[in-house]
Design a protein around this ligand. Sequence first.
Ligand code: 5AD
Ligand code: SF4
Length: 467
Amino acid sequence: MTGIVLGKGSGGRAAGGRPVGSTNALTKSLFIRTYGCQMNAYDSGRMADVMTPHGYRLVAEPADADLILLNTCHIREKAAEKTFSELGRLRQLKELRASAGRRTLVAVAGCVAQAEGAELQARAPFVDIVLGPQTYHRLPELVAQVERRAGAVLDTEFPAESKFDHLPDGSSASTASAFLAVQEGCDKFCTFCVVPYTRGAEYSRPPASILAEARALLSRGAVELVLLGQNVNAYHGAAGGETWSLARLIDALAELPGLQRLRYTTSHPLDMGDDLIARHRDCAKLMPYLHLPVQAGSDRVLTAMNRRYRRADYERLVERLRLARPDLALSGDFIVGFPGESDADFAETMDLVRRIGFAQAYSFKYSPRPGTPAAILPGQVPAPVKAERLAALQSLLAEQQRRFNAASVGLTVPVLFEGAGRRAGQSVGRSPHNQSVHVEASCPPGSIRPVRLTASLANSLSGRLAG
Ligand code: 5AD
Ligand code: SF4
């Protein structure tokens, strides 16, 4: 769970407090809480932007807010449950504010809104607005509607028009590293996943609109852009009569003045085209770090997941990527306890991890999601077995991450600084391999400085400026 988010770097930060510049005499306050993925963090920034011309400014505490917005995640049961427990607290807050004569609107956005809109309204009738990920541009209109007639509204359509054409250009955030959505939705239909239902069909933004937003972000001080999409490497944007691949988009972005670093996430192994692999060799601005979820190591499980590749395909792909960029650091997503996963299947996942070597990874227990094909498959794995497998996998992945970080000690690497560290006088940034690095020095956000890495901690490195 993270606090509101403008642009990137929301991890655990309660945002807000930053005046977003009202154009109305009557300023109202907005609190946004964001759950889940980077795309949600990006979307929260856009929703804050779209409310700015309507007089809303961000605040850090829900108790101070006229409009409270939860941007929710439905990917696993635990994530969705957080919405409902937060709503319990918000009901009390709304009543408390009402007794002090202050009206509070509560809006629920994101994938829980999309998937469970009707249930949400039934379980939490005090929620005023329910809006799905494709209708964020309509938020001001929905707020105005509720203010006018004091009834609740639900908007979980997949409208024909793209929200990207209607949201303001570029997040107002001025962060050194900024998210930029280039693609949304997914047509892959992995049998465990809700994304194709909550985010809809794959949609690629036209290159012109992406380039315009990129320029806006760079002009506000960003030097790194992280291209976002649920299936980002399936990007196919229409430019005139042509279709741009992600590789072509990367070429165009790399030319923009001021741009120093590029990353993209999340990719599907099936869409890793030759041109994109070649960019990892040829484009110096593309950082040597790739999040490439494999999910499982057993072909039987991969087939049941509808991943559409076999383990050997993934291994070959990694080989080709490493040939193109020998120092490429890999990150992955894993699911343990998918229905029917046997001990032998799980052993294949462990074996794959040992063979590939991940610098970083996310791993989860399979969580049945209503409406997805895997939720009704026979052979659901008992909870204790899932827990045991997850512990074993996470311990192996943590060991690999420790080893990867330890191997960086002694190297001097360019670090992009993003802000102040926890301790006074400390600055924090990222290495090309996406490792968090802190130094005892004051380095302005957006500066890239050589740092000699001196020690590795569990999830980060410390270093000294080397020039
Ligand atoms: N259960 C567990 N993990 C899941 N993920 C997606 N759906 C589920 C689910 N039903 C994981 C996948 C995906 C990541 C974003 O979340 O590993 O890559
Ligand atoms: Fe979900 Fe990713 Fe599979 Fe699409 S490719 S269905 S987003 S796991």
